[in-house]
Design a protein around this ligand. Structure first.
Ligand code: NDP
Length: 438
């Protein structure tokens, strides 16, 4: 704690994993050897750098850039970049730590890392975003590479930003190294389904959990928080499977559409116009109710809810909200975002017997499809949408099976938190032990 002072989210993420590991060490004491537990908490490398850039009026701004290269026992560091004013080293470390186990759970050859900046893209022009991305990459390029560290998007970093980052990398290095970043555009090395992958994957995972209780999405009423990349495609897949998403949110408010969200309009507002949910509500008219600063989970105290998919940000769903969801009849919760439920909320779900999927399992479809993008880049190939979605569905099924089997092996069937932590940890720890003290 002293070494990582002022990093509460990192402590939270580490504590959550370590709470599951006592049983592994009891059964397999060799995992406590070679200081694996201490080593896994210490990033292999942390880079902090200055990002100077000029706005449209000529004013110079300074932001801070981060890249935490956490663990490369299984492959090159892999994890997204987040641009949001709340980003600190602690945020990036918690995300990087989670990423190690998530990436291990996919069964693919990728290590864990994460990065970002406290830059706020909201309200910035295209030209400002481009200048910021170019400046960010002017430092980052020396630390990354197809075999070293492969960043991707996260909050505030989508296809546009990856384009500017890739353009600057190519320019500085004079190399068309497609595998250095994932989340690229389809016309220049990107993979079909990458945009949809995290949201779709979360719903695939929830579908597998529901099936263990003989349930499915058909006719289910669903709440999805957020309205960014993960949320939009979670909503799309729920609708494709016959469910009805009645509400979503952004940091300013909640829209509640009793009969289901109009996904086409939502995508138009968020993806094309880069607008706010208040714009959606205005265009949707009387079918929609907009609640400024509302709590999306409280809708469960007005109508019954079957499934909740928190897809916005960390610690957005606390124990009071969890209690409302339980009282509203929720039977499954799958984290599309990273650590959106507080530890107290997870306890409420567990005590109520609600199926609960932690982000490191439920949202692993995004990074898994990034690994598929790397495969396509390496073989100079591009796969069809159907083939790639099929691969994603199989990967999510595999992650679900791995978590469920491990939870059962350790005497807690249905405990996906335990299953995900143990199964991710043992894969990484086995590789770390095999590679020696490095
Ligand atoms: P986006 O930037 O596309 O969307 C984020 C959404 O969350 C927006 O609706 C945003 O609202 C809302 N949000 C952000 N911060 C806050 C906050 N402090 N309070 C309330 N709402 C907030 O990001 P993504 O959809 O890509 O990411 C969402 C989550 O999913 C993150 O936790 C991310 O780490 C995780 N994730 C993403 C993956 C991906 O492939 N994109 C992969 C795995 C995990 P507003 O517009 O008002 O800011």
């Amino acid at each position: 704690l002293r070494r990582n002072a002022g990093e509460p989210e990192f402590h939270q993420a580490a504590r959550e994993v370590f709470e599951s590991l006592g049983r592994v060490i009891e059964r397999h004491p060799h995992y406590a050897e070679g200081s694996v537990l201490e080593r896994i908490c210490e990033p292999e490398r942390q880079i902090i750098f200055r990002v100077p850039w000029t706005d449209d009026s000529g004013r110079v701004h300074i932001n801070r850039g981060f890249r935490v290269e956490f663990n490369s026992a299984l492959g090159p560091y892999k994890g997204g970049l987040r641009f949001h004013p709340t980003v600190t080293l602690g945020t990036v470390k918690f995300l990087g730590f989670e990423q190690i186990f998530k990436n291990a759970l996919t069964g693919m050859p990728i290590g864990g890392g994460k990065g970002g900046s406290d830059f706020d893209p909201k309200g910035r022009s295209d030209a400002e975003i481009m200048r910021f991305c170019q400046s960010f990459m002017t430092e980052l390029y020396r630390h990354i590479g197809e075999y070293t560290d492969v960043p991707a998007g996260d909050i505030g970093v989508g296809g546009r930003e990856i384009g500017y980052l890739f353009g600057q990398y190519k320019r500085i290095t004079n190399r068309y190294e497609s595998g250095v970043l994932t989340g690229k555009g389809i016309g220049w090395g990107g993979s079909l389904v990458r945009t949809e992958a995290t949201g779709y994957g979360t719903v695939f995972f929830a579908e597998q959990m529901l099936a263990t209780r003989g349930k499915n999405f058909d006719g289910a009423r669903v709440l999805v928080s957020g309205s960014g990349n993960v949320a939009l495609y979670a909503i799309e897949k729920v609708h494709q499977l016959g469910g009805v998403v009645v509400a979503c949110s952004d940091s300013a408010g909640v829209v509640y559409d009793r009969d289901g969200l109009d996904l086409e309009l939502l995508r138009e507002v968020k993806e094309v116009k880069r607008g706010r949910l208040s714009d959606y509500a205005e265009l949707r008219g009387s079918a929609s109710e907009y609640r400024p600063q509302g709590n999306i989970w409280s809708i469960a105290s007005e109508v019954s809810i079957d499934v909740a998919l928190p897809c916005a940000t960390q610690n957005e769903l606390d124990d009071a909200s969890a209690a409302m969801l339980v009282a509203g009849g929720v039977s499954a919760v799958a984290e599309g975002a990273n650590m959106p439920c507080t530890p107290a909320a997870v306890r409420v779900f567990s005590e109520a017997g609600v199926l609960f999927a932690p982000g490191k399992a439920a949202n692993a479809g995004g990074v898994a499809t990034s690994a598929l993008e790397m495969q396509q880049n390496a073989s100079r190939d591009s796969w069809s949408f159907e083939h790639t979605e099929q691969r994603l569905a199989v990967i999510m099924k595999g992650i679900h099976e791995r978590c469920a089997r491990t939870a059962e092996e350790y005497g807690e069937p249905g405990n996906y938190v335990l299953g995900a932590n143990i199964s991710g940890f043992t894969r990484v720890a086995d590789a770390m032990l095999a590679l020696g003290v490095v």
